[in-house]
Design a binder for this molecule. Structure first.
Ligand code: GAR
Length: 204
């Protein structure tokens, strides 16, 4: 099993879906560490309740991005982590950190990339009048929300949708999609090679 860390900043609902999936026999990843950059992240208590190792690396306690990321990298290395899942982790990572984890770090983003990179994706999707919205799991590259796509799920925009109702339907799909994506990457069915996603038979 690939030793996997989940990085969070908030409530951690995607984290919970990954933890639950990884508990199934035969799942190729084992959740070995939950790391938060915020001491008050709701997900930390949920992870501890599930009996998992947790750590907080508070970015506010470091003078700059580089020293924060060195601490992050050290914690991951010390725990023998092989794969990193960003799950509502709201710090932009520098090229230095991203390159150290190239091909071994995934993110989930609440839109159908490359549409709506960045924040407030559901508001922006509604403002554009798109009829299909969704979520994406991608390998992390230095450019924000621009990495090669591992998996996507689509959600229909319904008349009368608000950012909240649309976001809730997208989130439900995120909880299905992220475990599927981690299963494929940890199981070696999907990998990053020369900046491109290579899929084996069964890799989505
Ligand atoms: C999720 O919707 C995730 O896609 C999004 O934040 C939410 C975290 O919820 N991530 C981003 O916007 C990344 N830029 P969660 O803490 O309940 O998993």
């Amino acid at each position: 099993k690939r030793r996997t860390a989940i990085l969070i900043s908030g409530r951690g609902s995607n984290m919970v879906s990954l933890i639950e999936a990884a508990a199934a026999p035969g799942f190729p990843a084992e959740i070995a560490l939950i790391l938060s950059n915020r001491p008050d992240a709701g997900g930390l208590a949920r992870a501890a309740a599930a009996g998992l190792a947790t750590a907080t690396i508070d970015h506010k306690a470091y003078p700059d991005r580089e020293s924060f990321e060195r601490a992050l990298d050290e914690a991951l290395t010390q725990a023998g982590i092989e794969l990193v899942c960003l799950a509502g982790f709201m710090r932009v990572l520098t090229p230095w950190f991203v390159e150290r984890w190239t091909g071994r770090m995934l993110n989930i983003h609440p839109s159908l990339l490359p549409a709506f990179r960045g924040t407030h994706t559901h508001e922006r999707a509604l403002a554009e009048g798109v009829l299909i919205h969704g979520c994406t799991v991608h390998f992390v590259v230095p450019e924000l929300d621009a990495g090669p796509i591992v998996a996507q799920a689509a959600v229909r925009v319904l008349p009368g949708d608000t950012p909240e109702t649309l976001g809730a339907r997208v989130l439900a799909q995120e909880h299905v999609l992220y475990p599927q994506a981690l299963r494929m990457v940890a199981g070696g069915l999907v990998r990053l090679e020369n900046g491109r996603v290579v899929r084996a038979l069964g890799g989505g």
